[in-house]
Design a protein around this ligand. Structure first.
Ligand code: HGY
Ligand code: MN
Ligand code: MN
Length: 412
């Protein structure tokens, strides 16, 4: 059975892992010079694998290989190369480099496919910039919202400017939309980013569904005043109120179990001086769950609590919803092919949901999508301690290759 070049895969993973690497972890933030360098490296591998490469208006890198003129829809594979701040080397990178390794392996073996193959590298999957996560894949799936075209970052630079840095063009973003007839299926290989596979000693995960997620920006406004002269009873302390807002996010997900997880990842205090009572606090809030209604119920409960806190602390609390990624079940037919491939290769296998979001949840809107997971050691991810062994990476890419080949011979 055809198998990939494990050494070459590991080499490319380590090479990409050196681009944007810092003492504290990976910093290949979307649109940064390191992101651009990482994209150029990946484009060079795509060309070497015999693919034609282009960048769409949303900045997505699209590599394509057509062996036959029959004109079938493409089989897509891919992921992202941008990272979170202080992130790991495998999140996204494995899916992109694994897909390229499959195409290179077919080329080395002189094998052709009935379907065109596309390898896709999506823009700003993490949403670290502009807080617009799954940006490129949502553009491809026709899921752009107004803010996606007009947002500006913390330096006041517009998304239009940033897209130009990676070859995109916000004025033509509708041209990035792909239609269902262009794809026969989409596969994404990804590290699990959770503990299940590693804890149970299972080699391959067949993903059942990808979690939904709501993101909100919460601004708590009080009144900045002198820390020494303002009596405790006369304060409108935005940070004191914010501590209760933050506690409520945790309580909604834990004690009240209204959704699977709730997280506050960013807090910005203003004016952030030790002798000034904080006048304003900006907080990021996200809730995730397998169903939209539970996500909505958590968000509604959160709004209710914030209303009460306003009165108690004499502050105002503005809640801006900045995005909702719908939960996405993976396609049964594609999942069956993934499980078959894993069994044919003799790997242990289990089916599990994804607590992380992925570009596959955008692609599931336009084609049959499936995801393959490999273990994350101790379930750690979005951290410099993120690690998946070379053997597990190789296993995942071999399952990706076998699934690609069976889809190619069985679909259409
Ligand atoms: O945040 C996520 O779920 C993904 O890693 N972008
Ligand atoms: Mn990812
Ligand atoms: Mn991630």
């Amino acid at each position: 059975m055809l198998s990939i070049n494990a050494q070459r895969l590991n080499d490319t993973l380590q090479s990409l892992g050196r681009i944007g690497e810092t003492q504290g972890g990976m910093q290949r933030i979307a649109f940064s010079p390191a992101d651009v360098e990482g994209r150029e490296f990946v484009k060079s591998l795509m060309t070497e694998a015999g693919m034609s490469v282009r960048v769409d208006a949303a900045g997505n890198v699209i590599a394509r290989k057509v062996d036959s003129e029959v004109g079938l829809p493409a089989i897509g594979m891919g992921s992202h190369t941008d990272t979170v701040p202080k992130g790991g080397k495998y999140d996204g990178a494995l899916g992109v480099l694994g897909a390229i390794e499959c195409v290179q392996t077919l080329k080395d073996a002189g094998m052709t496919t009935r379907h065109p193959i596309e390898v896709l590298v999506y823009t700003n999957e993490e949403g670290t910039q502009f807080r617009r996560w799954l940006y490129g894949s949502r553009a491809m799936a026709g899921l752009m919202e107004d803010d996606d075209l007009t947002c500006v970052d913390e330096l006041g630079v517009s998304i239009g400017e940033r897209l130009k840095d990676i070859g995109g063009d916000v004025s033509r973003i509708s041209e990035a939309v792909r239609t269902p007839d262009e794809f026969s299926a989409y596969l994404e290989l990804h590290i699990e980013q959770g503990p299940v596979l590693h804890q149970t000693g299972i080699a391959i995960g067949d993903v059942t569904a990808i979690t939904g997620r709501i993101g909100m920006n919460v601004s708590v406004r009080g009144f900045a005043n002198h820390a020494g002269t303002t009596p405790m009873g006369h304060r409108r302390d935005a940070l004191m109120a914010a501590t209760h807002v933050i506690q409520s996010v945790n309580r909604i997900a834990t004690d009240e179990e209204m959704c699977r997880v709730g997280t506050v990842g960013m807090v910005e205090v203003s004016p952030n001086a030790e002798n000034v009572i904080p006048g304003r606090v900006d907080i990021s809030v996200e809730f995730r769950d397998e169903t939209t209604e539970r996500i909505r119920q958590a968000a509604d409960r959160f709004r209710e609590i914030c209303q009460r806190l306003c009165q108690h602390w004499d502050v105002t609390i503005d809640i801006e919803e900045i995005g909702l990624a719908s939960p996405a079940p993976m396609h049964d037919e594609i999942r069956a092919f993934i499980r078959d491939s894993a069994r044919k290769l003799g790997f242990s296998l289990s089916s599990l949901p994804s607590g992380a979001g992925h570009d596959a949840q955008s692609m599931a809107e336009i084609t049959r999508a499936g995801m393959i997971f490999v273990p994350s050691v101790n379930g750690i991810s979005h951290s410099p301690h993120e690690y998946t062994s070379p053997e597990d990476c190789t296993n995942g890419v071999n399952v990706l290759l076998q699934t690609l080949l069976t889809l190619d011979s069985n679909l259409d």
